[in-house]
Structure formats: structure tokens, C-alpha cells
Ligand binder design. Structure first.
Ligand SMILES: *[C@@H]1O[C@H](CO)[C@@H](O)[C@H](O)[C@H]1NC(C)=O
Ligand SMILES: *[C@@H]1O[C@H](CO)[C@@H](O)[C@H](O)[C@H]1NC(C)=O
Ligand SMILES: *[C@@H]1O[C@H](CO)[C@@H](O)[C@H](O)[C@H]1NC(C)=O
Ligand SMILES: *[C@@H]1O[C@H](CO)[C@@H](O)[C@H](O)[C@H]1NC(C)=O
Ligand SMILES: *[C@@H]1O[C@H](CO)[C@@H](O)[C@H](O)[C@H]1NC(C)=O
Length: 460
């Protein structure tokens, strides 16, 4: 069958198309670009080099290659990095910042011999394509402050030297399964200030050295325990300022710091903290938690546990059973009730209960504890039962802005307290202190009481 000759219109189209394609393919990466070169040894001897070529190596070939290991491209027009742009360049640091860079073609960094730090921050990248960074021996990769929406799964595969990966301040929405998987040296991964809504199962898997993971300031709604798999050295997990409603974590044996403040958590997973063997600093403030019953079962050893600014109504018996918590913040909740044994056998240096709705302190509530600071100010306390502080010692008890009218006899029997503040309590008068002379007999040092006239009475 004879071939029909192509129609003229099509010929024109084909020619135009291939011409455009050829033009695009042959456009050099460096088109009148000023590149600043220097060296770690002599960082002050920076020099600007005008580059017009496909690859940086061509431009640097004429120079003493050993004397250059830092290259910076800043405030230039460099929309696309084509394949081979950095082939055979041997650098410690390469920075491309504040440019109009929109696209990195796979292979742009192929053939770079070694690189400690690659900074591509403050540009206009929209996606990270698989094959751009995979298998490169980069130690620190900074991709922050771009417009990255998509990170293709496998983008960082095989980066066996990477220790730090920064993707902060981008527009990433979804973390696909396996995006950050099997990176044997990765210690710090930053994904804060993105638009992440969903974390797929096993998005973070087999990162044996990961120490810190920043996922704060995103739009994450839920955290499942299977999102974080085999992260044996994870110490710091930052999840604050998201819209998390439910969170579940397990098998994070090294986790010390957990920030989930400023979220929408209504209920804490019972026993979650008990499963985190090394947990030490927890901030769950500014959520919608109503109950802490059963949250702490075994004694935890913590530097701080911040539960302030929630909707907790009650501190139940044994709520912190046997825990040692240096600072326990329960202020700015809706606590009406403190169970008589609420703080039983808790070792806590500071207990913050101010700005709640507590009406009375029952006998035994703060018994047998050793506390530096107990803040009960700005509640509605009308009555403190004798025995409330029994066999305990305090550096300071703040009872300002309550509704106390008197301190009952025996209230401070067998209590060691260095300073009590009772400013602005309804109907409180000097006589109220008649019986606090108990303090004299039991206090380690002369107790000082500040009354509503803001005088410090030293009872000697
Ligand atoms: C990375 O290396 C692996 C294993 O050698 C190979 O299968 C894969 O194709 C490489 N990926 C890229 C993008 O070069
Ligand atoms: C917890 O986070 C809040 C911000 O929501 C902050 O104000 C507070 O100081 C943090 N608590 C601790 C103990 O660091
Ligand atoms: C407190 O802990 C002890 C042992 O650690 C346990 O036997 C007891 O049931 C716990 N009490 C509460 C109220 O959880
Ligand atoms: C308080 O704790 C002690 C152990 O430290 C325990 O023997 C006692 O039963 C507890 N009291 C209450 C009311 O839970
Ligand atoms: C002080 O104690 C005595 C007897 O112990 C009692 O009669 C009196 O009402 C007490 N005063 C106040 C202000 O509580």
C-alpha cells in the first residue's frame, strides 16, 4: 500500500513541535548566571564567576578545582536544572536560593562526587520527582520555603548518607506510604509548616537513627500508631498546631518529647503514655480533653506534663499514681472536683491548678507530698478541710482570689510550708490566721503569710 504523503498542516506542526522540543532540550541550565565560588579553607576569598554552559563543571574546569568547594547561586534566574548540570563537580556545599527555580530534572545532580550540604531553599519548586535525589550521597538536604505540593514516593530512596532532610514551609498535602523509608543515617526530618492532612500507613518506616520528626503546623486530623513504624531512636516528635482529634502511638521506646498542644484532641488514648517507655516532656495544652481518668497507669518519670487549657472537670483518685513529674500543669481547665487521693504518692515539684472551678479541698488531697509550688489561685475555694495538706511540705501555696473566709484549725497541722499567699479572698480577716500558729510548730522555717493587704506577716 502506497504511503500517503503527510498533509502540509501536519508537517508544519511536526516541525514546529520538534524545533520547540530541541530548543528546550538544548537550553543550558546556566544562562548568564553569576555563581559565587569559595572554599571552606578561605571562605572570605569568595569570587563571582559568570557561567554560560550546560554544566557547572565546564565553567569551573579552568580553575583550581581543589580550591573551590562552596558554590552559591543566589537571586539569579535559573528556572530549570537540566540533567548533568552538576556532573563531576566535587563540592562540600551547594546553595541555590532565592531564585526562580521551578523544576529539577531527574539526573540534575547525578554524578556529583560528594556533597555535605545541598540547600535549595526559597525557590519556586512545585514537586520533587522520583529520581532527582534518589541514590545521591548527600548528607544534608534543605528544600524549605518552596511551593512543593507533591513529593513522589521513592524520591529519597537510596540516600544512604542523608542525616538531615528539611522540607519545612511548603505545600505538601499527602505523605505517601514509603516516602521516607529505609534511610539508614537520617536523624532529623522536618515537615513543619506544610498542608499535610493525611499520613499514610508506614509513611515513616525503618529510619533506624531518626532522632527528631517535625510535623507541627500542618492540617493533620489523626495520628495512628502504624504511621510510625520501627523508629527505635526517635526522641522528639512535634505535632503541635494541627487539627488532630485522635492520636495513638506505640513502640516508640526512645520518645522523650511529645508536643501535641494546640490541636482538637477530645480524649486521650488510655495507656498511650504508659507504652512510651522514655516519655519525659509532654505538652497537650490547648486541646478539648475532658477527662484524664486512666491516662496514667504506671508511674511516669517526667520533666513536665502540660494539660493546661483543656476542659478537664475532675482530677480523679490516683490520677498520676506514683508518677514523678517535676511540673504538672492543670491550670485553665474546668476542674470542679479534686478527689481526696488525687495526688496520692505523686512526686511533683510544681502543681499548677490555678484558674479552675475548685470549690473545696478535701482532707488528704495534697497529703504526703513534697512540693515546691502549689498554685490554687483563681478558683472558687470556700473550704479547706483539715488534713488537706497533711504530712506534706511546700515552699509556696498560692490561694489568692478564692472565696475563703477562714482557715480552720488543724489545716496546717503536720504541714511544712514556707510561704502562703491568700490575697483577695472574700471575708478573710486577720482572725482567720489565729489558728495558723500550727505552722509555727511544724514549719521548717518561720512561715510567711501574705494577706489581702499584701503585707507579709512573719509569724515567729
Ligand atoms: C537507585 O539504586 C537502585 C539500586 O541500585 C536502583 O534500582 C534504582 O534504579 C536507582 N534509582 C535511581 C533513581 O537512580
Ligand atoms: C505548651 O505549649 C503552650 C503553647 O500552646 C506553651 O504556652 C506552654 O509554655 C507549653 N508548655 C510547656 C511546659 O512548655
Ligand atoms: C497505682 O499503682 C499501683 C501499682 O503501681 C497499682 O497497684 C494501683 O492499682 C494503682 N492505682 C490506681 C488508682 O491506678
Ligand atoms: C495512697 O498511696 C499509698 C501508697 O503510697 C497507699 O498505701 C494508699 O492506699 C493510697 N491511698 C489512697 C486513698 O489511694
Ligand atoms: C481557732 O481555734 C479555736 C479552738 O481550737 C476555735 O474555737 C476558733 O474558732 C478558731 N478560729 C478560727 C478563726 O478558725
Amino acid at each position: 500500500m502506497p504511503l500517503n504523503p503527510p498533509k502540509p498542516a501536519l508537517v508544519v506542526f511536526v516541525i514546529a513541535f520538534s524545533a520547540a522540543a530541541a530548543l528546550a532540550a538544548h537550553r543550558p541550565t546556566f544562562d548568564n548566571i553569576r555563581v559565587t565560588v569559595s572554599s571552606k579553607k578561605f571562605p572570605d576569598r569568595a569570587e563571582k564567576v559568570l557561567v554560560n554552559s550546560d554544566s557547572l563543571q565546564q565553567a569551573l574546569a579552568a580553575r583550581d578545582a581543589d580550591a573551590i568547594d562552596i558554590v552559591k547561586i543566589d537571586e539569579e534566574s535559573l528556572p530549570v536544572l537540566y540533567e548533568g548540570a552538576f556532573r563531576n563537580v566535587d563540592l562540600a556545599q551547594l546553595t541555590i536560593s532565592d531564585t526562580d527555580l521551578e523544576e529539577i530534572k531527574p539526573g540534575a545532580f547525578a554524578g556529583m562526587r560528594r556533597i555535605d550540604s545541598l540547600v535549595i531553599g526559597e525557590n519556586r519548586l512545585q514537586s520533587i520527582r522520583r529520581g532527582v535525589f534518589a541514590n545521591l550521597t548527600i548528607a544534608k538536604l534543605y528544600l524549605d520555603d518552596n511551593s512543593i505540593k507533591v513529593v513522589e514516593s521513592g524520591s529519597f530512596a537510596g540516600m544512604r548518607m542523608i542525616t538531615t532532610l528539611v522540607l519545612s514551609i511548603n505545600e505538601i498535602k499527602i505523605l505517601e506510604r514509603g516516602t521516607f523509608k529505609d534511610l539508614p543515617e537520617l536523624q532529623s526530618l522536618r515537615l513543619d509548616f506544610n498542608k499535610i492532612e493525611t499520613i499514610d500507613e508506614a509513611a515513616f518506616e525503618n529510619l533506624p537513627k531518626l532522632h527528631r520528626l517535625d510535623l507541627d503546623n500542618n492540617r493533620i486530623k489523626r495520628i495512628d500508631s502504624n504511621s510510625f513504624v520501627n523508629l527505635p531512636l526517635l526522641v522528639v516528635l512535634l505535632l503541635e498546631t494541627n487539627v488532630i482529634e485522635t492520636i495513638s502511638l506505640k513502640d516508640l521506646d526512645s520518645l522523650k518529647v511529645l508536643f501535641v498542644h494546640d490541636n482538637n484532641i477530645k480524649k486521650l488514648d488510655m495507656g498511650m503514655l504508659d507504652g512510651l517507655k522514655s516519655i519525659s516532656k509532654v505538652n497537650i495544652s490547648h486541646n478539648d480533653i475532658t477527662t484524664i481518668e486512666g491516662v496514667v497507669k504506671r508511674g511516669l518519670n517526667m520533666v513536665y506534663f502540660d494539660l493546661s487549657y483543656n476542659d478537664i472537670t475532675e482530677v480523679p483518685e490516683g490520677a498520676f499514681n506514683g508518677s514523678s513529674i517535676r511540673k504538672l500543669s492543670l491550670n485553665d481547665n474546668k476542674i470542679r472536683k479534686l478527689a481526696p487521693a488525687a495526688f496520692n504518692s505523686t512526686r511533683t515539684r510544681r502543681i499548677l491548678l490555678h484558674r479552675n472551678a475548685i470549690r473545696s479541698i478535701r482532707s488528704g488531697t495534697f497529703a504526703k507530698i513534697d512540693v515546691d509550688e502549689l498554685l490554687l489561685n483563681n478558683n472558687r475555694i470556700e473550704r479547706i478541710e483539715p488534713g488537706a495538706f497533711e504530712y506534706s511540705s511546700f515552699q509556696k501555696i498560692d490561694l489568692d482570689n478564692n472565696k475563703l473566709t477562714a482557715i480552720e484549725p488543724g489545716t496546717f497541722k503536720n504541714v511544712k510550708v514556707a510561704f502562703i499567699s491568700i490575697l483577695n479572698n472574700a471575708g478573710m480577716n486577720q482572725k482567720a490566721f489565729n489558728n495558723v500558729s500550727d505552722l509555727l510548730r511544724t514549719g521548717t522555717e518561720p512561715a510567711r503569710i501574705r494577706d489581702r493587704e499584701n503585707v507579709i506577716l512573719d509569724i515567729k
